[in-house]
Design a protein around this ligand. Sequence first.
Ligand code: S3P
Length: 448
Amino acid sequence: MSSHGDPIPMTSTKCGPLNGVAKVPGDKSISHRSLILGALCVGETTITGLLEGQDVLDTATAMRAFGAEVVNHGDGKWSVHGVGVGGFAEPDQVIDCGNSGTGARLIMGAMATCPIVATFTGDTSLNKRPMARITEPLLQFGAQSFGRSSGRLPMTLVGAVEPIPVNYVVPVPSAQVKSAVLLAGLNAPGETVVIEAEDTRDHTERMLAAFGAEIKTKVSDAGRVITLQGQPELTPLHIDVPRDPSSAAFPVCAALIVPGSDVLVPTIGLNPTRAGLFDTLREMGADLTYENERTEGGEPVADLRARFSPNLIGIEVPAHRAASMIDEYPVFSVVASFANGTTHMAGVKELRVKESDRIEAMAAGLRAAGVSVEDGPDWWTIVGMGHGNVPGGASCESYLDHRIAMAFMVMGMAANAPITIDDVGPIATSFPIFEPLMVRLGADLSRV
Ligand code: S3P
């Protein structure tokens, strides 16, 4: 079932070369944070290039419910009149975060140190996902949570009236947990410290600094130690959201496996905490180059050029790289199927608690398409069949997961027989223009 209506099945059929410029939408992580931090400033934050996917629209609605004025001026231009740190008003209605774990976890963090009560829910996928990972630190600030069994949504959070700053070692590699703690720390007096053993995306830290918070990161034996001084006055900003590397992954990977392709994806955010896929693809022999490397709005960006790469080789993807390509494993596993030799991915336990169990979802569809896959609790292995040898001809399920749906659509572009997916509706959460953009490049996608 689609998260927002009837299922939309789609078939992807082997196509001719993909060519042209792929202007993918704004970065999802940065878009959520722009709205939330904008809501925590006094004054007007302006945003261009905001991702207008359902996940981010749900966060915009939530920020309005907490009292911020969020206006869509059209064409990716938005403004937020915030309420100030600690100024969230109590919402009248349940906050529905739809399919978005990032929205739910970051907003719950931001409200946990405000003296208000709010109830959060989501779609069938989000309501299955673990929330104890954030309520555990939020309770330390003095908040209270009342959720379903195993700490799942729907959940009511009672914000701390007198928040206590927290010193928290993040037990799983998760930017969402780190960010929830930092956003809660904003309204606690004194210093909140977060320690992460593995580097995860650092957009929250960069953006907090840009909004004027006192935040420092130092590297210690225990990992990155991030110290935030609580109760700052955040100053509004203009944010130009770079295009999303996690969305760029789809046209890039498609170009690598479809013969004759040459695709340029301009202005892609290349924050090192997000660029693991592109490093890995280059190690496999992908013809992938960075052009015009530059910095925009505090984030490194470049134009990516991907060309058909017939001689990709299977690779060992180390556990330490997992966080920097965590959202890209579904489409990466498709590329690995077209490589020569075996690809092993280690340290990927977190894939089991995303919008779907992404190892199980991909393994099922890949096996149905004739690819040999093995998996364990925190690893999986794909036996690459080499260019031109992937049978395809499968019906796959997306499990309410946008990235699973897009990964199988990419597979159909190069497999020998078409791939059908049960529901592409979830794609609208992160990449609403996926279908027209890929068709313009040359993909053969048809609604069944
Ligand atoms: C995100 C962090 C990641 C990622 C998600 C977006 C973020 O989740 O999978 O799509 O914006 O902070 P985890 O932090 O749970 O790994």
